[in-house]
Write a protein that binds this ligand. Structure first.
Ligand SMILES: [Zn+2]
Length: 302
């Protein structure tokens, strides 16, 4: 309890330092450009601020690593990007994923539907929404769903390493503080892979999860169209993109029971992202074993 309080306290200071220090930088740079004859002093301050920010960032990262439990993601998948699992077994599995929450009303509605159907899904959450609706995140975790990192602000623009770090680490730290989970799954906002944020996640060994089937529910299509979108590219091992947050998701909520029923009719079973990755890993090891046995057999029976 005491440790937890200390952690909360130090993290709050760290986050506050980030916020306070961020706007100082451009002013100091201006001073550096020669308008000020105290350039030497400014240089010193600038350097100290940079060092301080770097130290704070390192501490934040270390704290995130030390605390909490990670999902079981096979080592082969760490730092890689996944659109769907490549399964050799004929089992029909599908992973439902929900982005941009937690969100009032729709997150609870999605959770109710999943609960009544006994399905575990994966939620890629936005840090600032987690801050506003921590109880919804708690519910997701308590009901056995998996939580992935979807950045703090859901920005699309280019991010330097410091901004990317802030977007990811601040979200990770808050998710961890609320649930005890140290997530190792990341989905870049908009699926954008080249604005710096995915690179940061990859370098930190996150598994980057994209999707194979896009409901396009963010454009609020009519319910039958939304369902059609989901099933257009459905295949075993697939990942379905939907949204429980970020706007009015009443159509997603309306379509979800029918999507679930349709998958079940087609013989699908629902899995979380870590379960899906574990299945592919198992299939890979089985294939590798089979291949090496085949080679051995060839060697002994020419
Ligand atoms: Zn998103």
């Amino acid at each position: 309890m005491h440790k937890n309080k200390l952690f909360l306290y130090s993290s709050t200071i760290l986050i506050a330092s980030f916020i306070v220090l961020a706007p100082i930088e451009p002013k100091v740079s201006q001073a550096q450009s020669g308008q000020n004859n105290a350039t030497g002093i400014s240089d010193g301050i600038h350097q100290r601020i940079e060092e301080f920010k770097e130290t704070m960032l390192t501490i934040l990262k270390q704290q995130a690593q030390v605390k909490g439990l990670s999902y079981t993601v096979p080592p082969n998948f760490q730092g890689t990007t996944i659109k769907a699992a490549k399964l050799t077994s004929s089992e029909k599995v599908i992973a439902l994923t929900f982005d941009d929450g937690p969100w009032p009303e729709s997150t609870n509605q999605v959770l109710d539907i999943l609960k009544s159907n006994n399905i575990k899904a994966t939620f890629f959450v936005i840090g600032q929404n987690v801050k506003n609706y921590p109880d919804l995140l708690k519910r997701e975790n308590a009901e056995g769903h998996v939580i992935g990192n979807h950045t703090w602000h859901h920005w699309y623009q280019f991010m330097n390493e410091q901004t990317a770090a802030y977007e990811i680490e601040r979200t990770a730290e808050l998710v961890n503080r609320i649930t005890g989970v140290k997530t190792n799954l990341f989905r870049p906002p908009g699926g954008i892979m080249d604005n710096g944020v995915a690179d940061y996640a990859r370098n930190r060994k996150y598994t980057i999860i994209l999707w194979s089937s896009d409901s396009a529910d963010y454009s609020r299509p009519a319910v039958p169209k939304l369902i059609k979108n989901v099933f257009r590219k459905t295949k075993p091992g697939g990942i379905v993109l939907m949204h429980d947050g970020g706007g009015n998701r009443s159509r997603t909520v309306q379509a979800l029971p029918e999507i679930i029923a349709k998958f079940r009719n087609e013989g699908y079973r629902f899995v979380t992202i870590p379960e899906l990755l574990q299945m592919e890993d198992k299939d890979r090891s089985f294939l590798a074993k089979k291949n090496s046995e085949g080679i051995k057999q060839e060697a002994t029976h020419p």
